[in-house]
Design a binder for this molecule. Structure first.
Ligand SMILES: [Zn+2]
Length: 294
């Protein structure tokens, strides 16, 4: 997506000729992103503004490209209702003194404006109060270290304390190897917070976006009372290539994709991004009514 005139150049040029242009678009200066990107699904050229307006979904083939946590939150929460949680209080630990890790984090913080790979806010979804955490795959592939685990845990505890429904948009490459065993501890910590929340009747909706893998898929991503997924999302502990190499067999078509998981009862519903807010609002409304009857 970052280099639309790289591997896809021939196809992009073919498209421009098909549309009657006599010359290929002039490449953008190196310090400016091109106004076009190639769809990761169909390979066609899309304008960045068109893709942005469509929340990263290709209007031609429906492929869902990753979107940032701020963009997702802005699209989901009603205007002027978002209250960031823990946004600026991010912390870092570097238990292994992993080579280059501190510099990498500092660079990503500057580039993304995030303190780590998750952003949390309280707000309203079509008038329904909720607490929402969104993972951002731009930040070290959404990997879970101490900062992500702590933010998720405190977000769960905030929802618990205020008796609010909780929604987590998962997107992760798994545990953050740079933090070693500390990153693995986050699986137990987040799961324990969710167990306490659940015991007290809290509603947790997990939304699995591409990709949800490793330690996140083995902890809070799988603990939803309701589990939704975006179309085409890879949801796995180990990826398909690793499994095929381990067992020496070819996996079924679509294995570990959202639609396959929905048809096997692992995901409750695959929801296109454009319908996500309406579906979540309906679920929150049903839950609120159930609470009044209880
Ligand atoms: Zn496409």
């Amino acid at each position: 997506m970052q280099n639309p005139f790289g591997q896809r150049r021939a196809r992009l040029l073919g498209l421009s000729q098909l549309r009657g242009k006599t010359a290929a678009p002039a490449p953008a200066p190196a310090d400016e992103p091109s106004p076009f990107v190639a769809c990761a699904g169909c390979g066609e050229a899309l304008s960045r503004s068109q893709l942005k307006a469509n929340l990263g979904v290709c209007p031609l083939c429906g492929h869902h490209h990753p979107i940032s946590a701020p963009v997702r939150l802005a699209a989901l929460l009603d205007e002027n209702t978002a209250r960031p949680l823990l946004c600026k209080s991010g912390f870092m630990i570097d238990p292994l003194k992993f080579s280059g890790y501190a510099e990498k984090l500092a660079g990503l913080r500057r580039k993304t404006g995030l303190s780590d790979a998750v952003l949390a806010a309280a707000g309203k979804i079509d008038g329904q109060s909720a607490v929402v955490a969104v993972m951002d795959s731009r930040f070290l592939m959404g990997s879970m270290g101490a900062a992500v685990g702590e933010t998720i845990t405190r977000t769960v505890e905030y929802a618990h304390r205020h008796k609010l429904p909780l929604i987590i948009f998962c997107a992760s490459g798994g545990a953050r190897m740079q933090e070693g065993a500390v990153s693995l501890m986050q699986m137990a910590k987040t799961s324990a917070a969710l167990a306490r929340f659940s015991e007290d009747g809290g509603l947790y909706i997990a939304v699995l976006t591409h990709p949800t893998t490793g330690g996140v898929s083995a902890s809070f991503a799988m603990l939803g009372d309701i589990t939704l997924a975006e179309p085409g999302a890879l949801v796995a502990f180990a990826g398909p290539r690793v499994i095929e190499q381990t067992i020496g067999e070819k996996l079924p078509e679509g294995f570990q994709r959202a639609e396959y998981l929905e048809s096997h009862g692992f995901v409750d519903q695959v929801v296109p991004r454009g319908e996500m807010k309406a579906v979540l609002a309906r679920l929150l409304r049903l839950h609120a009514k159930g609470g009044k009857r209880a």
